[in-house]
Design a protein around this ligand. Sequence first.
Ligand SMILES: [Zn+2]
Ligand SMILES: [Zn+2]
Length: 429
Amino acid sequence: MTNAFILRGGRVVDPASNEDLIRDVAVANGVFVPPASVPDAPVLNAAGLVVAPGFLDVHVHLRDPGQTAKEDVVSGTRAAAAGGFATVVAMPNTLPPLDTPARVAAFVADCHARAVVRVLPSATLTLGREGREPTDAIALKAAGAVALTDDGACVQDAAVMRRCLLAARAAGLLVTDHCEDFALAQGGAIRAGPVADALGVRGIPAQAEEVIAARNLLLARETGQPVHLQHISTAGTVDILRRARALGVPLTAEITPHHLALTVEACRTLGSQAKMNPPLGTEADRQALLAALAEGLVTVIATDHAPHTAEEKARGLAAAPFGIIGLESAVPVCLELLVHGGVLSLRQLVAAFTTGPATLFGLPYGTLAMGAPADLTLFDPDAEVEIRPETFASKARNCPFAGWRCRGRVMATLVAGRWAFGQLKEWRK
Ligand SMILES: [Zn+2]
Ligand SMILES: [Zn+2]
């Protein structure tokens, strides 16, 4: 066996097998193998660490091609590795957008050559992300796309959206949707309400998200095509999701760490560093999102890692672009807020980064099963870290968690048997 090694002494937390115990994990030729099959392999010391299946982040903007001053395939995937993510799903709102099989294939080839972690592309729902003509879902899937989304924009015309869902159904591709009614959101910078009024910017009402989420429920019910709601942010959307669950409609959702950790109040002190789309909500919204995760209504945490340059973010609250980075803060923030905060068990949190997204996207990752790709996320759940964006591998620094102290440090990330970040010392008795 080549490239074989054994991790010893770690606490193995694997939601796929409901396992939480200290045992050896062995890797050979990029996949998991029984430790007894590699008796002579070097043994590495994982004592004190949680050994989890490699984490997935299904919502990442790598900004490549076209906006590489913000981020690129190398810097974005280094950030993913440093943050504990073995697999990311890249958003297609690049320049040009990934709306043709040729563009998806070129992106796949570029990632194959340069990416530090596994990158799975999504492609656009409509040509040019213009919301008018569905893309060729079958050809996009053949080129490697794992989902369709116009993220950053949203198909406004329900009849066009219905045609997109039927095309996706024929291809067997998941649709993930950034829910935003443009007329309701028009010109807004942060959530409508007293904070927007006090800061003198236009507000975005919660209904801008909820109107589209409700439309998607109705269209998913009628077409039978699964629709995944990206970065949900309001209590009303949680209600819509609960209604979908009761009706048996294939509507799912993801929640970001920032919508779980922050409210619109953060805009008062952080300004544009707390400006993202959908905007931060109220404390009631935040509590509804925490409850949705805790009860298993939502099974996916995704970062919506959205890098921008410092110059762009310095334009003031009204004019700065939407979005914050998340890859290198997500795991510590979620461990502190959700696990140490008593919202989720450690196993539930690991599931939200592994089996939750892997099941939704139908991916063979996020598991320690023998023969599966050897992806691992190793972290110390109790080690305190200070979040310092100036140390990030990402090119961007637009992080609202700067200065936060969290218990939870990512120590190493393994992707298909290779260390993408960190490494362990040899085991000595
Ligand atoms: Zn979005
Ligand atoms: Zn996004």
